[in-house]
Ligand binder design. Structure first.
Ligand code: ADP
Ligand code: MG
Length: 363
């Protein structure tokens, strides 16, 4: 149905995916634990998490290569939980390019169209179009072994796009490439996403990749989704300590909330904009680029008293290591944009931050 709709050119917006309470166990280990997620047509969403957090298993249940023990998968509001992979019409791209070595680039890309008995003229037109979309038009008659890893992965993307699936599933597609190429290709995939407007579900353990590419990021840990939000919110408003620590660098400061005041380890009042009403212990999170370290001349503003214990120049920034009187270590990242004098190692300083840049977590 979907194929027909898109082949005939009707502009029905397809490609929504809904996961309801997906559960998958291997023996006694739970790989995916009660995962629910709604993905809109055309959305670019990343599943981000450390190795073994259940990203691939989740993607494979959407693709139809794994069956959940319980829960449901819906494509455009139709249940596909038990439908075999080849009847789902979803494009899948893996880390290892999985191209046919004995076929040229054009033949590789044409393959899914042959399988679907698309007529020759239409087939050639499409192969031409998708190869142009991934900037490989000139290399159509090469064989995979005559191409770089980045080019092979672009062929794999073209092959997945060729039959015009409503959804593309990508499992660490840039994982085998070096850093420069990864950055280049991630921009290309992003541009391609804008051009073709397809739903893309992108698995990665690379937080920068997920933040840079996605409309929303779902952070996974131990088979569960811990937070689903826009990249800015994942970074600025992490929902729990796992997300705060996994996505970017973070300073964690043990605090106690007493009578509506957020107190640091030495009992001093700390800047914060929101915190729980009830008295309790919690953790205040502040990013290194938000941590200001100033020589404690006035000494009256809220913050933590201590000293600079180390300083490292890393090119674009200087990393200051700070230690409070109670022994707490904090890191501050200062961009080297002006010749402003830095404090010196050993200087007495006040570490502080804008109230809005702190997140208080209770789990
Ligand atoms: N076929 C399998 N048999 C047994 N255990 C598996 C299998 N596939 C995945 N697992 C286990 O399930 C968990 C999640 O794996 P996976 O989804 O591949 O994680 P990720 O892609 O996030 O690295 C891991 O503990 C992994 O060892
Ligand atoms: Mg994986």
């Amino acid at each position: 149905m979907l194929m027909k709709a898109s082949l005939s050119g009707t502009d029905v917006k397809t490609g929504s995916i809904a996961l309801h309470n997906l559960q998958k166990r291997y023996g006694s280990a739970t790989a995916v634990d009660d995962v629910s997620l709604s993905i809109s047509p055309g959305e670019f969403i990343s599943l981000l998490g450390p190795s073994g957090s259940g990203k691939t298993t989740t993607l494979m249940m959407i693709a139809g290569f794994e069956m959940p023990d319980s829960g449901r998968v819906l494509l455009d509001d139709k249940e596909i939980t038990r439908l075999p992979a080849h009847r789902r019409e979803l494009g899948v791209i893996f880390q290892n390019y999985a191209l046919f070595p004995h076929m040229t680039v054009a033949e590789n890309v044409a393959y899914p169209l042959r399988m679907r008995r698309v007529a020759k003229a239409e087939r050639e037109a499409r192969v031409h179009r998708v190869l142009d979309q991934v900037h490989l038009g000139a290399l159509a008659s090469r064989y995979p072994h005559q191409m770089s890893g980045g080019q092979q992965q672009r062929v794999a993307i073209a092959r997945a796009l060729a039959f015009d699936p409503p959804v593309l599933l990508l499992d660490e597609p840039l994982g085998a490439l070096d850093k420069k190429l990864r950055q280049h290709l991630r921009n290309e995939i992003k541009t391609l996403h804008k051009q073709v407007g397809k739903t893309m579900i992108y698995v990665t353990h690379d937080q920068e990749e997920a933040l840079a590419m996605s409309d929303r990021v779902a952070v996974m840990h131990e088979g569960r989704i811990r937070q689903v939000s826009a990249p800015q919110d994942i970074y600025r408003r992490p929902a729990d300590l796992f997300v705060a620590g996994f996505v970017g660098e973070v300073n964690l400061i043990p605090v106690s909330i007493r009578s509506g005041v957020v107190q640091g380890p030495a009992g001093d009042k700390l800047p914060a904009a929101q915190w729980p009403d009830a008295d309790r212990d919690a953790t205040l999170c502040v990013r290194p680029e938000h941590l200001r370290i100033e020589t404690a001349a006035a000494g009256t503003s809220a913050g933590i008293q201590g000293r600079i214990v180390d300083m490292t120049f890393v090119g674009d920034a200087t990393i200051l290591e700070f230690q409070s009187e109670s022994g707490l270590r904090l890191t501050s990242k200062v961009l080297n944009i002006s010749a402003k004098a830095m404090p010196d190692v050993g200087d007495a300083c006040l570490a502080s931050w804008a109230a809005n840049d702190a997140t208080i977590l209770t789990q």
